[in-house]
Design a binder for this molecule. Structure first.
Ligand code: C2E
Ligand code: CA
Ligand code: CA
Ligand code: CA
Length: 279
């Protein structure tokens, strides 16, 4: 039995070492990738449910790895967050997304669009996200209202001071602030009045169960009514079917995003999609 225990311990240890090594390798590879320009941004349209117009898009990062192919953010963002590489990647995404948004409205005449960028907690703690945003907006002469930042409740909770300061800075500038994955964190309600929030994004998990589950339905209904009484815009994420969309329209949800309209697309395909959608 003693031997068995020792073997199990060794196996566990080997597994841990393997994971640490893999993480270190990925981290090193990410630094190289930043220099080699291997990151790219996909865009997913956001639709206004009253007018049916495209009002903007969410910027979602991808890693086009030289020999591993396209890597989705869930595989590398958590590791980037642990190593603070996220501040570099995050700043790059913000600048690229703003540049692209500006190009689409000026060159491709797609109209006035708002681009949403996801932010990580470490960007508030260790990076200069407000400084970066100011610099980018000024450089591009972009209207601050055309930039939206998506943050999560959990982020706000863990580092309330740094996040609060940054959010007030964004608000003074006119950058729009959205609470992502709304309803999945804690104390959601308190943050809505403590911070200068403009929008809440109802998490996909509630939309998924919307038609079949009374609790999910009650939550979505309440979030919409609460948001509206606080003068906030409500967007539903993960809308996949016409039935879900119609139900959300009945509940007076303002905007929607999801595979029903389009998955996140590479920049070139996004332009084509919007043009076709607008016809
Ligand atoms: P998120 O911010 O909640 O983004 C929504 C995710 O849901 C995206 O996955 C999107 O592709 C997916 N999605 C959109 N519509 C549907 C739908 O109708 N059905 C289903 N099943 N999924 C849908 P993605 O692009 O893989 O991103 C995953 C997460 O990675 C994001 O979740 C976000 O937390 C993070 N992320 C992505 N880009 C960035 C970034 O630039 N910075 C940071 N910090 N995080 C990012
Ligand atoms: Ca998001
Ligand atoms: Ca989300
Ligand atoms: Ca979500």
């Amino acid at each position: 039995a003693k031997n068995l225990g020792r073997n199990q311990y060794r196996m566990y240890n080997d597994e841990m070492n393997r994971r640490v090594q893999e993480r270190n390798a990925l981290e090193k590879d990410m630094r190289r990738a930043l220099m080699a320009d291997e990151f790219l941004v996909y865009y997913q349209p956001k639709i206004d449910l009253n007018t049916s117009h495209v009002v903007g898009m969410e910027a979602l990062v991808r890693w086009q790895h030289s020999n591993r192919g396209l890597i989705t953010p869930n595989k590398f963002i958590p590791i980037a967050e642990q190593s603070n590489l996220i501040t570099d990647i995050g700043e790059w995404v913000l600048e690229e997304a703003c540049r692209q948004c500006q190009e689409w409205s000026e060159v491709n005449e797609l109209g006035k669009l708002q681009v949403a960028v996801n932010l990580s907690a470490s960007q508030f703690k260790y990076g200069d996200i407000t400084g970066t945003a100011d610099r980018v907006l000024q450089k591009l002469t972009m209207e601050p209202g055309c930039l939206e930042v998506e943050i999560t409740e959990t982020m706000v909770m863990n580092d309330a001071d740094a996040v609060s300061q940054a959010l007030h800075h964004f608000a003074r500038r006119g950058v729009s602030i959205s609470i992502d994955d709304f309803g999945t964190g804690y104390s959601s309600l308190a943050y809505l009045w403590r911070f200068p929030v403009n929008k809440v994004k109802i998490d996909r998990s509630f939309i998924k169960d919307l038609l079949h589950n009374n609790e999910a339905q009650a939550i979505v209904r309440s979030v919409i009514s609460l948001a509206h009484s606080l003068n906030l815009v409500v967007i539903a994420e993960g809308v996949e079917t016409k039935k879900q969309l119609e139900f959300l329209q009945k509940l007076k949800c303002d905007q929607a995003q999801g595979y029903f309209f389009s998955p996140p697309l590479p920049a070139a395909s996004f332009v084509e999609w919007v043009k076709e959608y607008q016809e």
